[in-house]
Design a protein around this ligand. Sequence first.
Ligand code: ZN
Length: 184
Amino acid sequence: MSKKREALGDAIAELLEDVADSGALLAYAYAMEAEAAERYEELADQLARHNNGDVAELFAKLAVIEGKHAEEMVQRGSEFRVTRRAPWAYRWLDPEGPEVVPVSELHYRITPYAALTLALYNEQRARDFYALLAARSPSEEVRRLAEGLATEEEEHVALIEAWLKKFPEPEPDWAEDPDPPQSQ
Ligand code: ZN
């Protein structure tokens, strides 16, 4: 086995051990949904400022959906004793680089296309996270809960994919970009 595969295997084993029961899964899910809600609100704000009204509305809607999800986790969690995970347990990532670019610093790139791509990547990551647990967890309650959560995230993936089809990948000199990048 290569070093990389070995490391991945270790990370998965660690995760499966850490998410030992429904309470632990709900704590992860809470962190993920709350983070998503926050990022969507930021994206909605930025898009609204740059006159991308439709997409701003979509992100505002997604922020509400994910916010409700987060609340749901806490309610369901009362049965399962949710311990809230530290914020670093889950972070939105930029698909373009290993270093995490805070969404708030992406102003000039926040075209509808860039915002939707970022959201799609993170929704896919959430879906894959739940799908992995649904497939591999030794705990039946974790598998069942994770399967439901994976299905919900799959719906978000499909929704964002449908929106992404409306926006072609922008050219570097995209005429409608009101705030072009400084370095090219
Ligand atoms: Zn989602």
